[in-house]
Design a protein around this ligand. Structure first.
Ligand SMILES: [Zn+2]
Length: 79
């Protein structure tokens, strides 16, 4: 299995990255995921996205679909 964080850890990571200003809160709609070709780095959790995982392209960046959904949920809570 690829290194993948449990949801609670991703949530904590998203929180601290937004607090530190490394990740802006977002209002963009998360597009439907596609199968990753592999090799892109998730802007949210910082892990490389392994081929075959669900990946989304958000505003020109790559992210795990799950990370992006959490990012959006946490942004909604802040904004
Ligand atoms: Zn991720």
């Amino acid at each position: 299995m690829p290194p993948e964080l449990p949801e609670t850890d991703i949530r904590r990571l998203v929180h601290s990255r937004m607090r530190e200003g490394m990740l802006p809160p977002t209002t963009v709609a998360i597009p439907p995921g596609r199968q990753s070709y592999g090799g892109d780095t998730c802007i949210i959790c910082g892990f490389v996205i392994v081929a075959g995982r669900n990946e989304v392209d958000v505003a020109g960046f790559h992210a795990h679909e799950r990370c992006a959904v959490i990012w959006r949920e946490e942004s909604d809570r802040l904004l």
